[in-house]
Ligand binder design. Structure first.
Ligand SMILES: [Zn+2]
Length: 346
């Protein structure tokens, strides 16, 4: 089933009132969120009309969700293309960027697959205002979606273009160990320091560290690389968050939610040793004999972990404001407090 605002429950409201409303600033820039018009999916992936499995997510839907999750906050977005096999890449990108015409303070990374032509990407950046790229491992030319290296799903021709244009790249690292993987670390070091020094990387999901382990292995080396940022989207375990908050420069960390479908459900991403898995209570058989068994939204689990990591790391209120919006203002040239805005290309 698609996520739905009407699934917001009293226990979510309680967490908001008792834990989160004093933590979330009045301004929020969500640097990892997706839009989707399901008809752009391949026929094989398209939800049947009677039982939608993915939300119809246009810009008004994103804003409605934001007002439900963090009421009264001024919210803008870095929208990432929807990485699904067989999606109509051209139609999807065109629809998303047109939607964003309604909000001059939001931005978008273009969905790219290895078969996208650099000249088409360049035209989209120059004429339509995409600021970066959203590649994904499932498009790897090797066919191995789990153990592929960066250049196997973001080819060198596209990396060269991104370097020339100084683009952002939101990178969900592949390979079993994510940011602890020696080849990933070697590639990122080579790309950031020598081969593509103008690309600005956002390593999604705490550098794909859903468990305590990869970021503990990788953070000291990542910290020394230029042009690296992180988004904290979908990480609900407090341990990787704490490692990132206490051992990285907080100015390189961006808030992101990974909404709608990946985090606006009741459940979380559960770490089991060095493995992890999504746990959606709608499909789980878990029982709760010893407690009030009412799970909260995954995005609230993430925000709780952020709050507790910030507390344990001894962060000032200023640092919290930075990761929720000021770092994004610096990174993407957006501004808050503009009031009602007129649509324009960006
Ligand atoms: Zn995502």
């Amino acid at each position: 089933m698609a996520v739905s605002i009407s699934d917001y429950q009293p226990q979510d409201q309680q967490i908001w009132e008792e834990e989160l409303q004093d933590f979330i600033p009045s301004r929020v820039f969500d640097a990892h969120i997706h839009m989707l018009l399901p008809e752009h999916l391949a026929a094989a992936n398209r939800p049947p009309a009677a039982a939608n499995t993915l939300a119809h997510a246009d810009l008004p839907a994103l804003q409605q969700w934001a007002q439900r999750l963090y009421p009264g906050r001024e919210t803008h977005f870095l929208v990432l293309g929807w990485p699904s096999m067989g999606i109509d890449v051209t139609a999807h990108n065109a629809w998303c960027i047109e939607q964003l015409g309604q909000d001059p303070q939001s931005r978008m990374n273009r969905l790219v697959t290895p078969s996208c032509r650099p000249e088409d990407i360049e035209r989209d950046v120059r004429e339509r205002g995409f600021i970066g790229l959203k590649p994904y491992r499932i498009f790897s030319v090797t066919g191995d979606i789990n153990q592929c290296r960066i250049h196997e799903f973001l080819p060198h021709a596209q990396l060269e273009l991104a370097n020339q244009l100084g683009l952002w790249v939101t990178m969900h690292l592949s390979r079993f160990h994510g940011c602890a993987d020696e080849l990933n670390l070697k590639d990122l070091h080579e790309f950031t320091t020598r081969r593509y020094p103008k690309i600005k990387w956002i390593l999604a999901h705490c550098a794909r560290s859903f468990t305590y382990w990869p970021i503990r292995q990788g953070v000291d080396r990542l910290r020394d690389m230029p042009n690296i940022w992180y988004d904290v989207s979908a990480v609900t375990d407090v341990r990787p968050m704490l490692t990132l908050f206490s051992r990285e420069d907080h100015r390189r960390i961006l808030y992101g939610s990974d909404g709608l479908d990946a985090t606006y459900f009741h459940g979380q991403y559960v770490a089991m040793g060095r493995a992890w898995q999504a746990l959606d209570m709608k499909t789980s058989q878990l029982k709760f004999p010893h407690c009030d068994g009412r799970p909260i939204l995954c995005i609230y689990e993430q925000l709780l972990s952020m709050k507790q990591a910030a507390e344990i790391a001894g962060w000032s209120r200023d640092k919290v404001e930075d990761i929720f919006w000021r770092n994004a203002v610096r990174a993407f040239g957006v501004s808050f407090g503009q009031g009602a805005t007129t649509a324009k290309a960006h």
